[in-house]
Design a protein around this ligand. Structure first.
Ligand code: ADP
Ligand code: ZN
Length: 722
């Protein structure tokens, strides 16, 4: 009798046992199709001792597996990673497995699909919906459903356009092989520092041993060139390499750079892929035909056949932390994957996280330093503008010193970047007459005015409303005023000051796809843009030789709020955006607007003395026993009913176990006490590093019950305290 334990792709279920009939051959990792009630579900065969089941069923009652997919089994390193992730982040193993089997269609042995694209023909009858669809779809191609999503119209509108001839069907073969990047295509000539760092990485790749490196090099020092040589080494020995980027907007420029080095594109994995692209990429990863994958954090769980190297670029970025579903930190999971795969992991950053530096101090990570910019480029000159001594005129946000510097830069035909980490026109709208403020009905958040799109929007749940003419409270007309600046408002100010200058606003509203990002890069490089006004989206990765002035509109913004990483985060963000200035032969200048020029963060940026800033931050974390010296975990209880959320959170608080070196705070309203229509209460656990908090929480919550409408989520090593 042959039985198999199967982890099904349903997070609500534990592992189940099935009978394996003679026509099927399975090993641990085999991807199978199993019956579940009247349905059929995909799953993966697991070693029973790694995946205990509490529903042991006798041999005679087992149902048979329906089939085994013709795909290489998930390797043992990935299975160990899935177990580790589920265990560490207190998530159902099946929820983690879902990230590995991230393309349902990849399992099917289909060879071609029908996709749709615009023909350029104008439909006989044009409606507002049809024109919106055609405009948004542009050159893109996809299934009817995918195009409808892109265009924000119903499937019927797309089908109507197909009938009218404005959109046509195309057959796409989806399993075409990918070209193989050539490690010898165009290797760079490295500087001596780059060569030393490269040698260390190449040696580790060749040794196929698990080791984590912190590649700490100033912005523009050529970290990318260095780790691409490590990628070349992995390619030469026939292994796969994974490069994680913090933002899909960075994908396009990176692809081009990769192509210049290796002669062919790598495989991109991100949320903007069409279903057919997803399938093709997933299969190529699983078969080993994909040699280099670049992607957002989700690329980390793909079933690589033989992984030889993992790079985490801009490893300090908080976007590597996933905030819903399985709340994992891709940087930390990458290190674990390297451990299981027996391959090196490279964390590259100009402003490494204190957590990563601490690992270096403990001797667990090896540090490689690139202290200078590559070639003739120098670090930019950074100055603070004291907004009290040098204030902008009333109703404006740019100080005279910054405005003068912009004028000079434009005069020299060079480019300017103004950074403000706030989308929209104004962060808050209120009524001048009665003081009414526009709040999101679903969240504890103000509605943000987006003038370009003519609406108010909640940045947490996406709720939108048109800006009303009259105040809903006092009914006074035309009495609404915008408070504070967002990027759109700064763009208006720039337009008034420099009407001739060509502007671009770069935020997630305008750069929502890799194609849009590529378009932005092309326009910058062709000098078709004079002034960029952008959010954190423009702070990293980009290399524009003619960009010589960076203005930080409000350096104090990131320091507000009680986040334990606020100062570190501010430092990183401003150092990164400053790093966009003067990356080539032209000298860069950075002006930082602040009300607190004496704050340690600002002083460190101006003096360039990052080391003493980090040392002070690290010391204060140590004395507060905050990460990386102690640890936090949050338990978030949410419900559509306030009293229910409070009651269950209190019940959880009351039943908190005693553990040495652990304290439980709360419950208190979570900092966003209402989110997407759900009331949220939070308990915060602060524990010493050596305590197995996960184990404590598992035992604690495992013994409790709560009503169906209540959700209890655990965030281990939380990043968001807001
Ligand atoms: P970082 O990733 O550290 O910010 P980059 O890798 O983007 O730095 O390098 C900055 C610039 O210097 C890029 O334009 C890059 O092409 C160039 N560069 C770096 N190293 C070399 C090299 N060895 N040969 C030629 N150009 C290089
Ligand atoms: Zn909202």
């Amino acid at each position: 009798m042959n039985r198999a334990r199967v982890l099904l792709l349903n997070p609500a279920l534990g592992p189940l046992d099935y009978r394996v009939d003679r026509e099927h051959v399975v090993v641990p990792g085999s991807i199978v199709l199993a019956p579940l009630g009247p349905r059929q579900l995909a799953g993966v065969v697991w070693e029973p001792d790694q995946m205990p089941s509490d529903a042991e069923v006798g041999d005679n009652r087992l149902r048979p597996l329906l089939g085994v997919y013709d795909i290489p089994p998930l390797g043992a390193p990935l299975r160990r990673l899935i177990e580790w992730t589920a265990n560490y982040y207190l998530a159902p193993p099946a929820a983690v497995l879902r990230m590995a089997l991230a393309s349902a269609s990849a399992l099917e042995p289909k060879r071609s699909v029908i996709e749709y694209r615009a023909t350029g023909q104008v439909p006989g009858r044009m409606t507002p919906q049809r024109s919106q669809a055609l405009e948004r779809i542009g050159e893109r191609q996809g299934l009817v459903r995918e195009l409808a999503m892109i265009a924000d119209v119903s499937d019927a509108v797309i089908r109507g356009l197909v009938k009218s001839g404005a959109i046509e069907a195309v057959e796409v073969t989806i399993d075409d092989p990918f070209p193989v990047p050539d490690p010898d295509h165009a290797p760079p000539e490295l500087s001596a520092e780059q060569q030393a760092a490269t040698d260390a990485l190449v040696e580790a790749v060749q040794a196929q041993a698990s080791q984590t490196f912190l590649l700490d090099g100033v912005t523009g020092s050529g970290k990318t060139e260095v780790y691409l040589e490590a990628v070349a080494a992995a390619l030469r020995q026939g292994q796969q390499a994974l490069i994680l980027l913090p933002e899909i907007a960075l994908t396009e420029p990176f692809l081009r750079r990769f192509e210049a080095r290796f002669g062919h594109l790598p495989i991109a994995w991100h949320s903007d892929l069409r279903q057919s692209q997803r399938r093709r990429a997933w299969r190529a990863v699983a078969t080993g035909e994909a040699h280099v994958v670049i992607g957002a954090r989700s690329a980390l769980f793909l079933p690589y056949r033989d992984l030889g190297l993992i790079i985490v670029d801009e490893a300090h970025e908080p976007s590597f932390k996933q905030e819903d579903g399985v709340m994992y930190h891709a940087r930390d999971v990458a290190v674990m994957r390297g451990h299981f795969e027996q391959c090196p992991v490279v964390l590259a950053s100009a402003t490494p996280a204190i957590e990563s530096q601490q690992q270096v101090a403990l001797g667990r990570y090896r540090e490689l330093k690139l202290p200078k910019r590559f070639g003739a480029a120098e670090m930019p000159e950074i100055k603070a503008i004291d907004m009290l001594a040098d204030p902008p005129p009333r109703g404006r946000w740019l100080a005279p010193t910054l405005v003068a510097a912009i004028a000079e830069t434009l005069e020299r035909k060079e480019q300017v970047l103004l950074f403000l980490n706030r989308r929209g026109y104004a962060p808050l709208t209120l009524c001048r007459t009665c003081g009414h403020r526009f709040q999101c009905p679903n969240c504890t958040a103000w509605m943000v005015e987006h003038r370009l799109m003519h609406r108010l929007q909640c940045h947490h749940c996406g709720h939108v409303m048109p800006p009303p003419r009259a105040c809903p409270e006092c009914k006074e007309e035309d009495s609404l005023v915008a408070c504070g600046p967002g990027v759109e408002r700064i763009a208006d100010e720039v337009a008034a000051l420099f009407p001739e200058a060509r502007r671009a606003i770069i935020t997630s509203d305008t750069i929502f796809s890799p194609a849009r990002a590529a378009d932005f890069v092309a326009r910058m490089e062709a000098n078709e843009i004079d002034i960029v006004i952008g959010t954190q989206l423009v702070t990293k990765g980009y290399h524009f030789p003619n960009l010589t002035l960076v203005g930080v509109v409000d350096a104090d913004l990131g320091l507000q709020g009680g986040d334990l990483r606020a100062a570190e985060r501010s430092f990183q963000q401003i150092a990164q955006v400053a790093g966009r200035a003067g990356r080539d032969v032209k000298k860069g200048h950075v002006l930082i607007q602040t009300h607190e020029p004496k704050a340690p963060v600002i002083r460190a940026l101006v003096s360039g003395d990052a080391a003493s800033f980090y040392a002070a931050e690290t010391a204060s974390r140590r004395s507060a026993n905050a990460p990386p010296f102690g640890r936090y975990a949050a338990i978030i209880v949410s419900s559509e009913k306030l009293d229910e959320a409070v009651e269950i959170a209190r019940m959880i608080g009351r039943t908190a176990p005693e553990a040495e070196g652990m304290r439980v705070y709360g419950p208190a309203p979570a900092p966003l006490s209402m989110l997407r229509g759900r009331y949220r209460q939070r308990l915060l656990i602060h524990a010493k590093r050596s305590l197995d908090v996960q184990d404590v929480i598992r035992g604690w919550l495992g013994a409790l019950k709560w009503p169906n409408g209540v959700r209890v989520a655990v965030d281990v090593d939380p990043y968001s305290f807001l």
